[in-house]
Design a protein around this ligand. Structure first.
Ligand code: NAP
Length: 246
């Protein structure tokens, strides 16, 4: 999707991948800057370590994870996963008010919880390992926490549901029974393999608004493109390229 954007914007640029070792992470980032590389995306397992290596913007600092580095001046780390979630909801005309349930307390769960809480929603974080949800809820304003079971009551009054667990990835499992879903929910699944997860199928069948994980993936990339280039991203072109590749 990035190279499709460069092409349509007539930029002489490439998006390439590197796989540094744990030990060479800091020299790799310094080396990228020294080589005049415009920016980096960072993925698992390095998002937390990079947040300690470069200066972070306030949101990435609070999340404690960086997925985008901009080398324009002092290297700054951003978390566009969080912004991507908000932009995915906005793109689907979902009003971000009321209450949200975030399933998962890993990297994607942290990004979702902070992003939604910063929009003023009350956020309930539900995770298989309850202690991890509690730890996250202590950091996120206006958040509560619990396990993945017995969510029916909480979901019955919720406006937003985000699945940020890996349940449903490459499988037909769902983290939430269909009976807990209702038509007033907007459901975003961070999982994008498959594009239509069982959770989204169930949500659609009860009349809920559904947003697949490719939208989150798209908008974290759109945001990164805009940080690196200071241009408006060609969203439709990037979306088509991304979906063609999934
Ligand atoms: P992570 O940090 O490893 O966290 C994984 C989360 O899934 C944890 O909350 C974990 O719970 C939970 N989990 C794993 N297996 C489970 C199971 N069998 N039952 C219940 N909960 C389970 O991973 P992540 O980076 O947050 O990614 C989570 C998902 O989001 C992945 O599918 C990833 O591909 C997707 N993602 C998508 C985007 C996007 O742009 N669309 C971006 C980032 C991630 P415990 O704490 O109990 O282990």
């Amino acid at each position: 999707m990035h190279e499709a954007a460069y092409e349509v914007c007539e930029m002489n640029a490439r998006y390439v991948t590197f796989e540094p070792s744990e030990e060479s992470l800091a020299p790799a980032i310094n080396g990228a800057e020294a080589l005049g590389i415009a920016g980096l995306n960072v993925t698992i397992p390095f998002k937390e370590r990079v947040a300690e290596i470069v200066e972070t913007d306030p949101l990435a600092d609070r999340i404690g994870a960086v997925n985008t580095v901009d080398f324009d001046g002092t290297p700054i780390g951003y978390n566009t996963d969080a912004i991507g979630i908000l932009r995915a909801f906005e793109h689907h005309d979902v009003e971000l008010t009321g209450s949200a349930v975030v399933l998962g307390a890993g990297g994607a769960g942290r990004a979702a919880a902070f992003a939604l809480a910063d929009e003023g929603l009350s956020v309930h974080i539900a995770n298989r390992t309850v202690e991890r949800a509690e730890t996250l809820a202590n950091d996120v304003p206006n958040a509560s926490s619990g396990g993945l079971t017995d969510l029916e009551d909480r979901l019955s009054t919720a406006d937003i549901l985000v699945n940020a667990t890996s349940v449903g990835m490459e499988s037909d499992e769902t983290p939430i029974p269909k009976t807990a879903l209702h038509r007033d929910l907007a459901v975003l699944d961070a999982v994008y393999t498959p594009i239509e997860t069982r959770l989204l199928r169930d949500a659609r069948s009860v009349g809920a608004t559904t947003i697949d994980g490719a939208w989150m993936l798209l908008f974290q990339g759109v945001e990164a493109f805009e940080i690196w280039t200071d241009l408006d991203a060609p969203i439709d072109v990037m979306n088509r390229a991304l979906r063609d590749s999934l």
